[in-house]
Ligand binder design. Structure first.
Ligand SMILES: C[S@@+](CC[C@H](N)C(=O)[O-])C[C@H]1O[C@@H](n2cnc3c(N)ncnc32)[C@H](O)[C@@H]1O
Length: 252
């Protein structure tokens, strides 16, 4: 047992060291202008130790860009966090850049925000993670609500988390045992907590899978897929693989 734990620990350390060496190498290859832009990004602790700032900036600003990969994107790294974000980041693999999508209409001059952590956690847990990973205390509208509103929001988010975590498990095990009742509950909760259209596109695609499984109601399945496609197109953009799959499903 101890051997397995030690091997796993050694493997994790090697992986992290490899990542940091790669980051330093990539940074070294940047030209002076790119280096200056990189250095201007948020860094919670500046130091004179070589490569220290490079790695701290990497830790605080890198974003996932495709399966198992991360990148620092100088413009999108300027976007702040909110626990009820109006924006969503997506990596466009074809054009090789990050795209920002707004999930609901925003007024001119309003700030675009995205999520840095799982927003379906309770406020206390979100704050813990934000302080630990990003070293700030969130004061977004969701976190600064009254005690009663915060409790109601925590309850809703916990339930949303439970229902959507179930979705991830179902996808992994290739099962679609969520009921239409749960899907409708999830859509209502998402509306109440985040507003339209928020994260409802993925849920509509779940409904599409359920309808296909439940006796193969193709018309209803297609209607859900069309709804999912419309919502996901808005929040993830046409280049997203999920959006393309939703488009395909809506025409089947
Ligand atoms: C990726 S940077 C975002 C851009 C940064 N605000 C800037 O001006 O360069 C992440 C850092 O921004 C700050 N930040 C992001 N969202 C915040 C929020 N909701 N409240 C306070 N600080 C926030 C934190 O210092 C965090 O470590």
């Amino acid at each position: 047992m101890a051997f397995v734990v030690l091997s796993f620990l050694a493997y994790s350390i090697c992986l992290k060291l490899g990542e940091y060496m790669l980051v330093c190498l990539m940074h070294w290859r940047l030209d002076a202008k790119e280096k200056a832009r990189y250095a201007s990004l948020d860094c919670w602790c500046r130091s004179a130790i070589p490569f220290c700032d490079t790695l701290i900036i990497w830790r605080g600003n890198s974003l996932p860009n495709g399966f198992g990969r991360c990148a620092v994107c100088p413009t999108t790294s300027l976007i702040n966090h909110s626990c009820s974000p109006n924006g969503f980041l997506n990596w466009d693999d074809k054009r090789r850049h990050m795209t920002v999508h707004v999930m609901r209409p925003i007024k001119k001059g309003d700030e675009i925000t995205v999520r840095y952590v799982n927003v379906n956690l309770k406020a206390e847990d979100r704050q813990l993670e934000l302080r630990h990973k990003h070293r700030f205390t969130c004061t977004c509208p969701a976190c600064s609500a009254t005690k009663e509103a915060l409790q109601a929001s925590d309850k809703r988010r916990e339930r949303i988390g439970l229902l959507t975590d179930g979705a991830a498990r179902r996808i992994l095990s290739l099962r679609t045992d969520i009921s239409m009742k749960e899907i409708e509950e999830l859509l209502t909760l998402l509306d109440e907590e985040y507003g339209d259209p928020s994260y409802k596109g993925d849920v509509c695609m779940e409904a599409h899978a359920v309808k296909l499984k439940e006796g193969g109601d193709k018309v209803a399945a297609r209607t859900w897929a069309a709804k999912g496609y419309k919502l996901m197109l808005l929040t993830k953009g046409a280049s997203s693989r999920e959006v393309q799959l939703a488009k395909h499903a809506s025409s089947q």
